[in-house]
Design a protein around this ligand. Structure first.
Ligand SMILES: [Zn+2]
Length: 626
């Protein structure tokens, strides 16, 4: 570095390209202002870290590794915003250069270039909106507290907690404007919020009761769904609402929730015939935990651990179906499809994967057809355990992106589908029976989700749709060409609607003519009253037709569908003299046991008491002419 004769390691070749690009994009020179220089270096450094993390399969989120990326990204956006004056997505524009410079050494950058760009752009967009909103709110707060020049901890906390506005930025802006933030009370608010969230999720775990020494649980669930088992330890777990037990066995056929597949349910049966239901199975620090609502009366007996067969089989079918879906998507859409997550349960599953656009209904059909073809091929499960991970990858097995694997892995093959996987699978694809997609949607930038189901659940989905079509047909007298019938009815309906509107307008015109002949002049105001039974649309039309008359008020009290209705209109010249229909109709609405409101020139009210209509109209006239 010294030999290159430059100031800091940011000025070495690794960063000069990026810094030049940033400088070109924001139109500020490097090396003239310390603050600008720092911002450029921070951005150059962070864009690399963010891009590599995304290429590595991580996405910005509010948890764990995803949160680290989000924070780094927001920090970079903030530096660009505050010191380079950049108020639009900018970091995403640096990705092409980064890929050009480092793509040779890191091919995953090249492969994920589009995903990286999209994810960063979306994050920038959303954070810039937050910044913009936060700064405006902060301006208002400062305006309000102009005398004290202090922002309370509570105000700063709301900005942070509700709007995600970074506290150090609040602080910076406050100081720039000669304000101070009450940090002590901010910390208090933060502490209080931490306690609130702790209380909301608090579970109290009792100490383990050790019954036997053991060396890890033997998992027998790949071959069996029933095993003899002994309890080695248990504990009680209390939440706010209930009390549960955690039971660890020496041997178990229960699959513990992992890799997206839900945990098994079933029961433990003691030698003496006591049955304890297992409501879920979880993995915690390598412990295989069976969750129950009771503890057996004699914990030292030998038990038979029995997995719910039907549920397990449906779950295994769905897990195998995710592998087939993965294969079909790659075949049809391309090898950029990579699994980003999944949830496999007994009645449905979802599969998240990298892809940039909505998948057309035609393509989804093709995906379904291809998966169902693989099902009919009835390929047997070919399972290899304890394969060194490198060997598995060289076999071409698809690994979950970003997942950390152990030294050896399990490889599952069905026909041409080959994956690294620890889940339970069916013995032959034919057991899945039938595959049906429920929906396809976007869940994040460049990540899509397919929800699907198999077997009886897929049949039910189809039956449900058939039932809907049958009900529609029944509504249209079982017309043989239902689509043509519905189109015709819809068009007819449009025509009728237009005719009704025309009719109402004509009716209103006639009514207006007639009403004008009954005008009474009270204290200089032309008063027009209407009572009887009318359609609200007609009354409204009349009111609007009368609006252009001089010094005119129109007060209607009418029945419609058994309810009492009021309408009040003032001509524009009366409104400019201070008449307010919205205000006065609320007063009169009391007489029909109702309420209402509106604008100064026109207001309406509704109520239950039709016997009060005449009195309400009289009241409206009184209010206007007094
Ligand atoms: Zn799997």
């Amino acid at each position: 570095m010294a030999m290159q004769g430059k100031k800091s390691n940011y000025d070495t070749d690794v960063f000069t390209g990026l810094i030049a690009e940033i400088s070109a994009l924001c139109g500020k020179a490097y090396g003239k202002d310390d603050k600008v220089d720092v911002a450029m270096r921070v951005i150059a450094d962070h864009i690399r870290a963010i891009s590599f993390s995304i290429a590595d399969g991580q996405l910005p989120s509010n948890v764990k590794a995803g949160y680290v990326i989000r924070r780094i990204l927001r920090r970079a956006v903030r530096y660009a915003y505050t010191f380079l004056g950049i108020e639009e997505p900018f970091l995403c524009k640096l990705v092409p250069l980064l890929v050009t410079e480092m793509g040779d050494a890191f091919p995953e950058l090249v492969r994920n270039k589009e995903l990286i760009t999209k994810v960063i752009k979306e994050e920038e967009d959303s954070f810039l909106r937050t910044l913009d909103k936060g700064i405006r709110m902060l301006d208002n707060i400062m305006l309000k507290n102009a005398d004290s020049k202090t922002i309370s901890g509570e105000e700063a906390f709301v900005l942070y907690d509700t709007y995600g506005f970074p506290p150090d930025l609040s602080d910076l802006i406050a100081r720039e404007n000669g304000f101070r933030i009450d940090h002590k009370s901010f910390e208090n608010e933060l502490q209080r919020q931490k306690e609130r969230s702790r209380n909301a999720t608090s579970t109290q775990e009792g100490d383990w009761t050790e019954l036997r020494s053991y060396n890890g649980t033997e998992f027998t669930g790949y071959e069996n769904i029933e095993s003899p088992a002994q309890i080695v330890r248990f504990r009680i777990v209390k939440t706010k609402t209930k009390e549960l037990f955690h039971i660890v066995l020496d041997r178990t056929p229960f699959y513990a929730e992992s890799g997206g597949q839900v945990g098994d349910t079933g029961y433990l049966l003691s030698e003496s015939g006591e049955k304890i239901n297992v409501i879920n199975t979880l993995k915690e620090n390598n412990l295989h935990i069976h969750i129950t609502e009771r503890i057996p009366s004699n914990t030292l007996e030998t038990f038979t651990a029995v997995v719910d067969k039907e549920k397990r089989e449906s779950t295994a079918n769905n897990h195998t179906a995710t592998h087939l879906l993965h294969k079909a998507l790659r075949d049809l859409l391309g090898s950029h499809i990579e699994q980003k997550g999944s949830l496999v349960s007994h009645n449905y599953f979802r599969f998240d994967f990298s892809h940039f656009e909505k998948i057309s209904p035609e393509t989804l059909r093709e995906v379904e057809e291809r998966v169902n073809k693989m099902i009919r091929e009835n390929s047997p499960r070919d399972e290899k355990r304890e394969i060194p991970v490198e060997e598995a990858k060289s076999m071409g097995a698809m690994a979950l992106f970003g997942e950390k694997y152990g030294d050896t892995v399990r490889v599952i093959r069905f026909g041409e589908s080959l994956e690294l996987c620890g889940g339970t699978h069916t013995s032959h694809t034919g057991n899945i029976g039938f595959f049906k997609i429920i929906s396809e949607s976007a869940i994040a930038a460049g990540v899509r989700r397919i929800e699907a189901t198999t077997g009886i659940y897929a049949e039910r989905l189809v039956h449900n749709n058939e039932d809907i079509v049958a009900s529609i047909k029944a509504l249209f007298n079982n017309s043989p060409n239902i689509l043509a019938t519905i189109t015709k009815v819809t068009e007819e309906n449009e025509t009728f609607k237009k005719r009704v509107e025309e009719f109402m307008r004509e009716r209103a015109l006639e009514l207006k003519k007639h009403l004008l002949t009954e005008t009474q002049n009270i204290n200089g105001i032309n008063v027009i009253m209407l009572t009887g039974e009318y359609h609200p649309e007609v009354v409204k039309n009349v009111a609007f037709l009368l609006r252009s008359e001089k010094s005119t008020m129109f007060a209607a009290g009418y029945k419609f569908e058994g309810k009492a209705n009021l309408a009040l209109m003032y001509s524009d010249d009366l409104v400019s003299h201070g008449c307010n229909a919205g205000k006065e109709i609320r007063e009169a609405a009391k007489l029909i046991s109702g309420g209402g409101g509106g604008q100064p020139f026109f207001a309406t009210a509704g109520g239950k008491d039709v016997s009060g209509l005449q009195a309400a109209v009289t009241k409206l006239v009184e209010l206007a002419t007094k």
